[in-house]
Design a protein around this ligand. Structure first.
Ligand SMILES: Cc1ncc(COP(=O)(O)O)c(C=O)c1O
Length: 428
């Protein structure tokens, strides 16, 4: 495939934007080469500026569960834009979307709409600290919760010690308030709560971790986490920015029967527009300004066009059929994997609904970040450009999840598996 125009545009972008991008993973550093510049997208496909077509398995990293440019969503956006792009004042669609989100999270009574997952999580932490009067938070190695200071932290030298910042520009003071533990280890969790439980304002966790591969946790681990947080007066925040509305009309918490104290959302609830939300019971949400003393605000929060896109997306999802279709595509994926795994013991993946993580090594697909196989990542990254040249656009890193949307066809899913099997053979 010829991608001359993409290369030219990337050169230009690199002159005026750091790394040529507005979000680092788009720069293709893990897989090498230069990024594809997209011209237009529809359904499960997009075309680049050189006229090449791709089946999109990245889907804007999660929001596009219906595929690109779903007619109902585009129509809602057009209609809203025709009435003004932003008011910075109250309008009806804000409460429509908040109400629609809350319907799907029965233990949550109020939501604040923001413009990104990062903001939603940042706000949840502030509520938790405001509610408990404690400053320490706990997160897990391999979880990603956006780029706020308190969360750009990695594990320190010993377990149950404070973390160290994982980004320049994050003062160690912030990192000292963040504890980082590995996933999938009940003993380490219990030990940390015994030593530090009374200091912990909240635990922030993706109940279905999807940012360092798909590190599905055992339900017993999540249940223990819920019990320990209750015992110690620590709030449990489920970061469902990826998992919210992804597997069913609601959160992953409901799927495993665990109720958090606060939920953070993003991606799907904006249908491709910049939207995030934090939701919780009234007793916690009333702490937010102007009712309470926890400050939070946003010029574009509750933006009418973004709210309309989110609402239209949730309307389609609520209308039925989408999750069944996604599961059917998932089964097609499983069957194709079985077929192509013959003679390829390294062809492995974890699939949960429409989330798929290829872990291309013979070992069991891991549940914690330090168990991810370097060889699996190398294999994926080495095969990436061959897949691209066959018109398959996957997230440009072996640590990222591949996504299915309602617009994919069974044939596209079968091609994905066949090409990964073929192209990853003998590389990495
Ligand atoms: C679980 C999770 N939380 C928070 C975020 C941050 O969201 P945003 O990129 O919208 O700021 C992400 C982004 O990928 C995420 O996956």
């Amino acid at each position: 495939m010829e991608r001359t125009r993409s290369r030219q545009l990337f050169d230009r972008a690199s002159g005026v934007m750091p790394g040529g991008v507005n979000s680092p993973v788009r720069a293709f550093r893990s897989v090498g080469g230069t990024p594809v510049f997209i011209d237009r997208a529809e359904g499960a496909t997009f075309s680049d500026v050189d006229g090449n077509d791709y089946v999109d398995f990245c889907l804007s990293w999660g929001p596009l569960i219906l595929g690109h440019s779903h007619p109902a969503v585009v129509e809602a956006v057009r209609e809203a834009a025709g009435r003004g792009l932003s008011y910075g004042a109250c309008h009806a669609t804000e409460a429509d979307l908040a109400g629609r989100v809350l319907e799907a999270f029965p233990s949550m009574e109020q939501a604040r709409m923001v413009s990104s997952g990062t903001e939603a999580v940042m706000t949840a932490l502030r509520i938790a600290r405001g509610a408990t009067g404690r400053s320490t938070i706990l997160k897990f190695e391999g979880g990603y919760h956006g780029h706020s200071d308190a969360l750009l932290v990695k594990a320190g030298s010993g377990l149950a010690t404070f973390g160290t910042s994982s980004s320049l520009g994050v003062p160690e003071g912030f990192a000292r308030d963040t504890l980082v533990l590995p996933f999938d280890d009940v003993e380490v969790l219990e030990d940390a709560f015994e030593r530090r439980g009374k200091d912990l304002a909240c635990v922030i966790v993706e109940p279905l971790p999807g940012n360092n591969g798909l590190l599905e946790q055992r339900t017993e681990w999540l249940e223990r986490l819920r019990a320990l947080t209750r015992e110690h007066g620590t709030l449990l925040v489920f970061d469902e920015v990826i998992s919210g509305f992804r597997l069913h009309y609601g959160g992953y918490g409901a799927r495993v029967g665990i109720e958090p104290d606060l939920v953070t959302l993003g991606k799907i609830i904006g249908g491709g527009m910049p939207v995030g939300a934090v939701a919780g019971p009234r007793r916690l949400m009333k702490l937010l300004s102007p009712e309470g003393g926890v400050y939070q605000a946003g010029t574009l929060s509750g933006n009418p066009v973004a709210m309309a896109a989110g609402l239209a997306t949730l309307d389609v999802l609520r209308g039925g059929g989408v999750y069944e279709r996604l599961e059917a595509l998932g089964r097609t994926f499983d069957d194709a994997m079985d077929e192509h795994a013959q003679g390829r013991p390294w062809l492995r993946a974890r699939r949960i609904g429409s989330l798929i993580w290829f872990h291309l090594d013979e070992c069991e697909v891991p549940r914690r970040a330090d168990a991810v196989s370097g060889r699996a990542i190398e294999r994926f990254n080495a095969a990436y450009h061959a897949l691209l040249d066959r018109g398959l656009y996957l997230p440009p890193s072996g640590y990222e999840v591949v996504l299915l949307c309602a617009a994919h066809t069974d044939e596209q899913v079968r091609t994905l598996v066949a090409e990964v099997a073929r192209q990853a053979e003998g590389v990495g």
